[in-house]
Design a protein around this ligand. Structure first.
Ligand code: COA
Length: 195
């Protein structure tokens, strides 16, 4: 595959390309997508968007928000990621997520949190096996788009924890434990914490 470069999106044209990529990858109505102004405003509020570029073409992006929990701890919230159809399953998504993790660590973050759809096999494999994400809870119809897409799980990815070390070492086990439509979060968490 051609060389892919990961860098921050900063221009109107690049943010517009993020919208196009969402249209292509999600196939949702425009009202359900993150518009250019959302990407611009979150950049002003401490977030950022990383783009994956092959030559001059942006083939994927991940959007990262600054979030707060507990006693003013800032963490990352990964709101949306999309890869162009002709570049999916070629490792672009994984490169974007590792770059996101690297930057979050540089900024002193210990956690990145995001949602994903556990009923899509690719997303389950990508997030649990490839990234080593730890499932926190299962939420039904998270975005209120149940009629348009299947359900989402809320997931947490510990940027500083042993989960990542285990994953990098290739030791992270298959954590997808699905029972009917419920991910058994406690079992997954227990396995992850024992590694
Ligand atoms: C999810 C998404 C961002 C991943 O990006 P990507 O560049 O395709 O990801 P990668 O190529 O790094 O990894 C995809 C993995 O899923 C695997 N995969 C593909 N189809 C699969 C399936 N049906 N079942 C299981 N695994 C599957 C690929 O083989 C690859 O795993 P591998 O590297 O172990 O072989 C991209 O596919 C996409 O834009 N999807 C639509 C939008 C979306 O769901 N975004 C994420 C939620 S915000």
């Amino acid at each position: 595959m051609e060389e892919t470069t990961i860098r921050e999106c900063t221009t109107i044209e690049e943010f517009d390309r993020c919208v196009e990529l969402q249209r292509e990858a999600f196939g949702l109505p425009d009202l359900e997508l993150s518009p250019r102004r959302h990407l611009i405003v979150s950049r002003q509020a401490g977030g950022w968007t990383l783009g994956a570029f092959v030559a001059d073409r942006m083939v994927g992006f991940v959007h990262h928000l600054a979030a707060v929990r507990g006693h003013n701890e800032i963490f990352g919230y990964s709101h949306v990621m999309a890869v162009a159809k002709d570049y999916q399953n070629k490792g672009v998504g994984a490169r974007l997520k590792w770059a996101q993790r690297q930057r979050a660590l540089r900024e002193g973050r210990k956690l990145i949190k995001w949602t994903w759809d556990p009923m899509l096999a690719r997303n389950a494999h990508f997030n649990l096996n490839r990234l080593g994400a730890v499932v926190e809870t299962y939420l039904d119809d998270f975005y209120g788009t149940a009629a348009l897409l299947p359900n989402n799980a809320l997931r947490e990815l510990f940027t500083g924890g042993r989960h990542w070390a285990a994953y990098i070492a290739g030791a992270f086990p298959m954590l997808a434990k699905v029972c009917g439509k419920k991910v058994i979060a406690s079992i997954i968490r227990a396995i992850a914490l024992s590694i």
